[in-house]
Write a protein that binds this ligand. Structure first.
Ligand code: BGC
Length: 416
C-alpha cells in the first residue's frame, strides 16, 4: 500500500504494559560451548562453509556490555537461554561456577532494568545425553526436569517468566525426522518418540519450575508457520493441508495446554504443504522467487503473524508473548519495514481481541545461525566477529523508538 502523499503518519498504540524487547540464545552467542551436541556436529564439518561456533559473540564474557546496549535501545525484556551442557557437564553433577555465572547474568539484567525471560532448553544438549538416546530416550524428560529444578531454584529470585523448551517441533523435525541437525535421525518413528518425550519434558519442567521458583509464569515457545496456498493445488495439497498444519502448529500445544501459563509464539514466514513435506520449509521454492525474501530466502509475509497469533489465541485462549520474529538482512535494508509491517498486523490481532503481552525481536545481536553458520545476520546490533565490536544498526534505532513510544508509526494509509 502506498503512503499518503502528504506523508502523514499514524501511530498504532499497543496496550499499556506491553513488553518490548529482543532475544538471544546461549550456544548462538556465548562462545566456547564445548560440551554439547552442536559443538560436536560443528567439529564434524557439518555447518555451512565448515564454520564452527567458536567464540561466537563472546557473549559469555561480554554479557554486561550487551545488556547495557539492550537497555539503551529501550528494550524492557531480553529472552536468553541457559546452557545445560555447561551447568551439568556430567550427569547429576551441577557446576557451581556456572550457576554463579548465570546468577550474575540475570542479576546484571535486573540491575539494568531488564526483565530476563529464561529458556531452559534452546536446541543444545549435553554430550552425555547420547548414552540415554538423546530425545528418543525414555529417561530424558526426567533428566531434563532434574536440571530444570536446579536452575529454577537458583535463578528464581530474578526470573518471573520461563520458557521450558524453545521450538520443540523444530527439534523434532530437524533432528529426528529429517536428520539435518543433531542427532541426525531420520524417520517418523524417531520423530514420534522425540515429540512425545519433549511433551513429557515440558510438563515435568513446568511442575519443577512452579515447585521451586516462587510466583512466575511458565510456557513453551512454539514455532508457527502460516500456510501458503500453492499456485495450483494438487489433491495431496488439499488432503494434507490440515493434518500438516496441525502437526506443525498445534500438536505440541494441544498436548501441553494444561501446563502452560502463556504461549511463546515464534513466527518467521509461511510455507506451502510441499515445503513442509520437504523438511527444510522456509526457503521459498524456485517457482516463487519473485516473492519478497530475506537473505536466507524466506518469504517476508507480515500478515502471517496476524493469522498465526489469532489462531493460537482462538484455539488455546492463553496469553501470548511473541518471543521471536526477525529477518536475516545483512544490509539492514529490509529490517525496519519488516518490523513495522509485522507489528501493524500484530496490532490488528490485538485489536480483534488476542491477548498479546509482548513482542521480542530476534535477535539482539548477530549470532551463530546453526547449520547456516555466521553468514545470516539477524541482529539489531551487528557483530564484527574478528574484533567483537558491536555496531547498532539503523533498524535498531527505529525499534528503540517503537519500544519507547509503545507505538508503531505507519503511513496513514497503511493502517490495517
Ligand atoms: C530459533 C533461533 C534461530 C531463529 C532464526 C528460531 O528457529 O529459535 O535460534 O536463530 O529461529 O532461524
Amino acid at each position: 500500500m502506498a503512503p499518503r502523499e502528504d506523508g502523514v503518519t499514524e501511530l498504532l498504540r499497543f496496550p499499556d504494559d506491553f513488553l518490548w524487547g529482543s532475544g538471544i540464545s546461549a550456544h548462538q552467542c556465548e562462545g566456547g560451548n564445548r560440551h554439547n551436541d552442536w559443538w560436536a556436529f560443528e567439529e564434524q564439518g557439518k555447518v555451512a562453509g565448515g564454520e564452527r561456533s567458536g567464540d561466537a559473540c563472546d557473549h559469555y564474557t561480554r554479557y554486561a556490555e550487551d545488556f547495557r546496549l539492550a537497555a539503551r535501545l529501550g528494550h524492557a525484556v531480553v529472552k536468553i537461554s541457559v546452557e545445560w551442557s555447561r551447568i551439568e557437564r556430567e550427569p547429576g553433577v551441577f557446576d557451581e561456577g556456572e550457576l554463579v555465572h548465570y546468577e550474575d547474568v540475570v542479576r546484571t539484567m535486573c540491575d539494568l532494568g531488564l526483565r530476563p525471560i529464561v529458556a531452559l532448553h534452546h536446541f543444545t544438549n549435553p554430550l552425555w545425553l547420547e548414552e540415554h538416546g538423546w530425545w528418543e530416550g525414555a529417561r530424558t524428560p526426567e533428566l531434563f526436569a532434574r536440571f530444570v529444578r536446579v536452575v529454577a531454584e537458583r535463578l528464581g529470585p530474578w526470573v518471573d517468566t520461563w520458557i521450558t523448551i524453545n521450538e520443540p517441533m523444530l527439534v523434532v523435525s530437524a533432528g529426528y525426522k529429517w536428520g539435518f541437525w543433531p542427532p541426525e535421525r531420520r524417520g517418523w518413528l524417531s520423530a514420534r518418540r522425540a515429540a512425545r518425550n519433549l511433551v513429557r519434558a515440558h510438563n515435568l519442567a513446568y511442575d519443577a519450575v512452579h515447585d521451586v521458583a516462587g510466583i512466575c509464569r511458565v510456557g513453551p515457545a512454539v514455532n508457527v508457520t502460516a500456510l501458503r496456498p500453492p499456485g495450483r493445488p494438487t489433491i495431496a495439497d488439499r488432503v494434507l493441508a490440515s493434518p500438516l498444519d496441525w502437526l506443525a502448529n498445534y500438536y505440541f500445544m494441544d498436548r501441553v495446554r494444561e501446563r502452560a501459563d502463556f504461549i511463546g509464539v515464534q513466527y518467521y514466514s509461511r510455507a506451502t504443504v510441499q515445503q513442509l513435506l520437504a523438511g527444510d520449509p522456509l526457503a521459498v521454492p524456485k517457482s516463487a522467487r519473485r516473492l519478497p525474501r530475506s537473505d536466507l530466502g524466506w518469504e517476508i509475509y507480515p500478515k502471517g503473524i496476524y493469522y498465526t497469533v489469532r489462531s493460537m489465541w482462538r484455539r488455546f485462549g492463553l496469553p501470548i508473548i511473541v518471543t521471536e520474529n526477525g529477518i536475516a538482512d545483512a544490509e539492514d535494508c529490509k529490517r525496519a519495514d519488516f518490523i513495522k509491517d509485522h507489528l501493524a498486523w500484530l496490532h490488528r490481532a490485538i485489536g480483534e481481541g488476542a491477548d498479546v503481552r509482548g513482542y521480542l525481536h530476534w535477535a539482539l545481536l548477530d549470532n551463530f545461525e546453526w547449520r547456516e553458520g555466521f553468514a545470516p545476520r539477524f541482529g539489531l546490533v551487528a557483530v564484527d566477529y574478528e574484533t567483537q565490536e558491536r555496531v547498532v544498526r539503523d533498524s535498531a534505532r527505529l525499534f528503540a523508538r517503537i519500544c519507547r513510544d509503545n507505538a508503531v508509526p505507519v503511513p496513514a494509509k497503511d493502517v490495517v
